[in-house]
Design a protein around this ligand. Structure first.
Ligand code: GTP
Ligand code: SPV
Ligand code: MN
Length: 586
């Protein structure tokens, strides 16, 4: 247990409020983890899986009304309303604290309060930051042990500093009406109540590493982004790093763990995973942009993950993994989800724990069912994963799910134009958050639900970072793996074949390949994307690269509307970018 008086005072204060029977300080030891696994097994909160086939693995079922992030109940409680901006729900911090205080009061009676000291980033790294999460959920403790770095070294790193994020989580009654995920950026504080699921409660993840950290990065001159980080290794051994921002359930984990197509593997190409969801980026001593993955595990989407689409993710889940809301195969006590194999198990329970055999057409696993797997399980984890200095970024890639409009890939004209491209991203919504699925919405930099301050200030911060980086700034691109044909089928094969696009991107960064200038930016010549070994002909590729003037005119109207919503704080530079786009389309 820490000697840090600020931590101790805060924990005492939260304990006085929530009134737990016991307080347990989490120390990161295997013994303590085992004790908690056994206790959660005894209560049924965690179901141990087949120890031969899935050693150290557990299944957890969340409450049926609690299966995804709840954006409508997520608040930025800045002192001034203006600072939450038009894309966040704002709540006056005094009112939020008052309301939630009443909800927390006595909520841990009869329960144990766990206090988790954790570090986002490599302990001791200049990027790293300490958080404490108080929770009454063993599931949260066991998940945080996988997703973050926990242990006495974290408390040593903090010393007697007061610079840590204070996270309070209580399951309470899991009531939907009283579910609140509140962020107090000016107080380094997160209060979450009445949920037990994923991004609502693993407070190191979206709440700290994106919402609070984006605010800290703005104040301190660095960036917290919803980005994967990967390294492409060339046959000569050289490795180039790319970070990519796609909205939730739009392919970050898959791209981060990409397996090169066979003909590339034979030549010696490899892809290494540094991170699959979050990147913290700052200018390094050499003037370039460097990135670390602040997480220590993957909280990945289960459905669709299989030995062909993402063998590395599947391998990552082979041991010491928690599965949430997937199918339990009762024949051998393993797990299953849609898209894992062709044939569902016949003797099984669905994600709700009901007998299930798929004959009624219902889904066995929830569409947002997930695995929580240690990063070190990943066969393609980068040798730089633990490097406290991070990796230098050559290219930043934005992308989303667009059935039409966005071409397979294009390059922005310069940093400011790249910030424009990121700021006007749009994507179809997915099951990762509650609400309608498949609706196109603006999702700037894939950060719409994660920016902890005013979106206009956030855009300005991106522009300022570009000024600082100057000619050492990464090049900015946009990709879309999700264009569909008239029958609604994806045209581009995606997954491993996305390497073909990454190689064009990296070739552009080194000035090794030409491109065609269009109204929206530089688009590849079809001949420059290698189609060897796939079932896509050059004509189809031309189609995928097409920039449709009419669709883009409609797009420009959508951007206009979104920018109007951003209001006055919208940087003039971006307004000018929109005007030149319109002029180029006219
Ligand atoms: P979060 O963890 O929610 O942030 O999601 P993510 O961005 O990591 O998405 P993930 O890689 O888990 O992919 C989500 C879904 O998109 C899965 O069903 C994948 O099978 C599908 N997907 C990923 N990459 C591709 C691709 O290149 N093409 C197609 N068609 N689908 C893809
Ligand atoms: C996402 O929704 O982008 C996720 C899952 O990565 S969650 O942790 O629930 O936010
Ligand atoms: Mn995510």
């Amino acid at each position: 247990m820490t000697k840090n008086q600020t931590v101790l005072n805060w924990v005492n204060e939260m304990a006085a409020l929530t009134q737990p029977d016991k307080i347990l300080w989490i120390d990161g030891s295997r013994e303590q983890e085992k004790m908690l696994q056994d206790e959660a097994t005894a209560t049924g909160e965690m179901i141990p899986l087949n120890p031969e086939k899935l050693p150290g693995c557990y299944l957890h079922r969340s409450a049926i009304n609690d299966v995804a992030r709840v954006e409508a109940r997520t608040f930025i409680c800045s002192r001034e309303k203006r600072n939450a901006g038009p894309t966040n729900n704002w709540w006056d911090p005094k009112e939020a604290y008052a309301k939630l205080t009443e909800l927390y009061r006595g909520s841990m009676k009869g329960r144990t309060m766990y206090v988790i000291p954790y570090c986002m980033g490599q302990v001791g790294s200049p990027f790293a930051k300490v958080g404490y999460e108080i929770t009454d959920s063993i599931y949260v403790v066991l998940s945080m042990l996988i997703m973050t770095r926990v242990g006495p070294e974290v408390e040593d790193m903090l010393g007697d500093s007061t610079d840590f994020v204070r996270g309070l989580h209580a399951k309470a009654e899991l009531s939907e009406e009283n579910r609140y995920i509140c962020h107090f950026p000016e107080d380094n504080t997160i209060w979450s109540i009445n949920s037990g699921y994923g991004g609502n409660v693993l407070l190191g993840k979206k709440c700290f590493a994106l919402r609070i950290a984006s605010y800290q990065g703005w104040k301190e001159g660095w960036m917290a982004e919803h980005m994967l980080i990967l390294g492409v290794e060339y046959p000569d051994g050289q490795i180039k790093y790319v970070s990519a921002a796609f909205p939730s359930a739009c392919g970050k984990t898959n791209l981060a763990m990409l397996v090169p197509p066979e003909i590339y593997r034979e030549k010696g190409y490899k892809v290494w995973t540094v991170g699959d969801d979050i990147a913290w980026l700052r200018q390094g001593p050499d003037g370039r942009l460097w990135a670390v993955n602040p997480e220590n595990g993957f909280f990945g989407v289960a459905p669709g993950t299989n030995a062909k689409s993402n063998p590395n993710a599947l391998a990552s889940t082979s041991r010491n993994t928690i599965f949430t809301n997937v199918v339990q195969n009762l024949d051998d006590n393993t797990v299953w989800w849609e898209g894992m194999t062709k044939t569902p198990p016949t003797n099984a329970k669905n994600w709700k724990g009901e007998p299930w055999d798929c004959t009624d057409g219902s889904k066995g696993a929830h569409p947002n069912s997930r695995f929580t797997a240690p990063a070190k399980n990943c066969p393609c984890i980068s040798s730089e994963f633990e490097n406290p200095a991070g990796v230098p970024i050559s290219a930043i890639v934005f992308g989303g799910r667009r059935a039409k409009t966005a071409p397979l890939v294009y390059q922005s004209k310069n940093w400011a134009n790249g910030v424009f491209v990121g700021s006007v991203m749009a994507s179809e919504t997915t099951a990762a958050a509650t609400g309608a699925v498949g609706v196109v919405r603006r999702d700037p930099m894939a950060m719409l639900p994660f920016i902890g301050y005013h979106v206009g200030d956030y855009f300005q911060h991106w522009l300022d970072m570009g000024e600082k980086l100057g000619d050492k700034a990464p090049k900015i691109f946009n990709v879309n793996w999700f264009r569909t044909d008239d029958e609604g089928h994806f045209i581009w094969p995606g997954f491993g074949d996305n390497l073909r696009v990454l190689l064009w991107i990296l070739a552009r960064c080194e000035g090794k390949v030409d491109a065609r200038e269009t109204a929206i930016g530089y688009v590849p010549y079809a001949k420059d994307i290698d189609l060897d070994g796939i079932d896509v002909d050059e004509e189809t590729l031309e189609g995928l690269l097409n920039v449709d003037r009419d669709l883009w005119k409609t797009e420009a109207e959508g951007i206009e509307e979104f920018y109007a919503k951003v209001g006055d704080p919208l940087p003039k530079v971006l307004r000018a970018q929109l005007d030149s786009l319109k002029a180029a389309l006219a």
